[in-house]
Design a binder for this molecule. Structure first.
Ligand code: NAG
Length: 340
């Protein structure tokens, strides 16, 4: 058990060590094309009085996040200036990483969707990453609409369907609500709670991660058995990463701008290809290699234990005292390792 625990701590330590490095400017940390993305509903098309967003275009999907980050800025100003403590930053930064690292490109190679020299803002419906992210963008967005954060009623906004596989997605508040009530209620709750000035950042992180995991579970239930078109190493990483997020959730990882941006630097900077062996990938940094190895290891441990390790860890982390202890411990390990 100690071995498992220390492996886990090592992975997390990699994330934490990053936080120690100071950053020059907050805007350097924004996701790709942030400035060009819509930042309010009125930047989108209106069809018959309904705002219509095409989430299969990177700027439009990212714009949903930008809109949310912008309207919720006032809820987080009391924790830090310039919206830097907005814990919704985790979502757009992760999506930006997917875009930047080629993970939204058509993996079948049949279309130009997402290709640098082709249709580079296109998001492919054949990309597993893009499909998983759909439920981490559409549901938070619709949850916010329902919670009244965007100042429109539920029937005033809809999303455009992809060119195929339309049955895998929901496109408006009513449909998402009826298919995925649990996740929608949790996002709605997060936005309601975020308005309460009495809540601590830790309280809000708890609501955020509950909703995040609910969305992830919806996405996994739909896409788990889908053909991924990935190399074996990318496939292993994809599954492992989605599993590792379960662990990150249990410690209430602080998804503010700086912390998320720093830890993301350790995620694979490109799609993995066959022949890539974690720890020995030449164009990755030592930390990227190590973190990749450990993410895969966590998944293996979790899988071999029949998810018992996750339940065990989740129970432990219910204690605020233990959660603090793990966070402090991680910080210490990261300082000692001085991972770069
Ligand atoms: C919402 O989506 C569902 C399923 O796609 C559709 O049947 C329904 O008409 C839509 N409702 C609104 C208000 O657009």
């Amino acid at each position: 058990m100690m071995l498992l625990l220390s492996s886990l701590l090592c992975v997390l330590a990699g994330y934490v060590s990053a936080f120690l490095v100071e950053t020059s400017s907050l805007t350097d940390l924004y996701p790709p094309l942030w400035k060009e993305c819509p930042g309010q509903l009125s930047d989108y098309r209106v069809e018959d009085g309904v705002y219509t967003i095409n989430p299969w275009l990177y700027p439009e999907r990212m714009g949903m996040y930008k809109t949310l980050i912008t309207v919720t800025a006032e809820y987080f100003e009391r924790f830090a200036p310039n919206n830097a403590a907005n814990i919704l930053w985790g979502l757009p930064l992760q999506h930006g990483w997917q875009y930047e690292t080629g993970r939204l490109v058509d993996p079948t190679g049949e279309t130009e969707c997402g290709r640098e020299n082709g249709d580079n803002t296109c998001i492919s419906v054949d990309s597993w990453w893009a499909c998983m992210n759909y439920y981490l963008s559409a549901l938070p967005f619709f949850g916010a609409v329902e919670a009244g954060v965007l100042g429109i009623s539920s029937d005033q906004v809809k999303l455009s369907p992809p060119p195929k596989d339309q049955m895998y997605f929901c496109y408006n508040v009513t449909a998402c609500r009826s298919f995925f009530p649990d996740a929608m209620i949790k996002w709605n709750t997060f936005f309601q709670q975020a308005r309460e000035t009495s809540k601590s950042l830790d309280d809000l992180l708890k609501y955020l991660w509950d909703a995040h995991i609910a969305s992830l579970e919806v996405a996994r239930s739909i896409f788990d058995n889908r053909k991924l078109y990935f190399s074996k190493p990318e496939l292993d990483f994809a599954k492992s990463w989605s599993n590792t997020v379960d662990y990150i959730a249990t410690i209430n990882f602080e998804t503010t701008l700086k912390k998320t941006a720093k830890f993301q630097k350790y995620l694979p900077p490109r799609l993995l290809k066959s022949g890539d062996h974690p720890l020995f990938i030449k164009d990755f940094t030592d930390s990227q290699n190590r973190i990749l190895f450990l993410i895969n290891l966590i998944h293996k441990i979790d899988d071999d234990s029949g998810h018992k390790f996750l339940s065990f860890f989740r129970n432990l982390m219910k204690s605020e005292y233990l959660r603090k202890m793990v966070n402090d411990l991680m910080e210490q390990i990261s300082q000692n390792y001085n991972i770069s």
